[in-house]
Design a binder for this molecule. Sequence first.
Ligand code: HEM
Length: 147
Amino acid sequence: MFAQLKSMLFSQSDKQITMTFYEIVKYIHVTAIILSVSGFITRVVLKLNNSPYQTKYWFKKLPHIVDTLLLASALTMVYIMGVNPLTTFWLAEKITGLIIYILLGMVALRWGKTKQIKEIAAVLAVIVFSYIVYVAHYKTPAVVFSY
Ligand code: HEM
């Protein structure tokens, strides 16, 4: 069993092993993305309803762990691809989108003065998030770096 596994691994070229690693990192990235957006929506709903759960330890800690995973996996893939994310337009578009998503998230969870502002910011954040997923899938910037 072990010998079979060993021969399978070592019969592959370096490139194939790198591809497999890239795919694992991509799965981590996509998992972190699903956790990030579902965590964000949960936090907004709990905050807007003044739920006692928002003071729990994991409520504050988990988003940091997920976001670190999201960024670390993104940077690892960019490193493996060997491209400059600022001159690769679909990546630059994703980074811009991520910054807007974070800012809207801050308005929805902290800075928003009224409940209505927080709700609007939360909806816009989810729209921007969906747009980042679109850019990730089609690898085409459609708004900021489309010209
Ligand atoms: C909220 C922020 C982000 C979201 C929602 C997001 C979403 C996604 C999704 C859904 C995929 C899989 C696409 C597919 O295969 O169909 C993906 C892949 C990827 N993302 Fe992100 N991403 C985000 C942030 C970033 C950032 C900041 C970077 C790097 C600057 C990045 C780099 C990549 C790369 C390199 C891939 C792999 C592309 C491929 O090989 O197919 N992502 N992202």
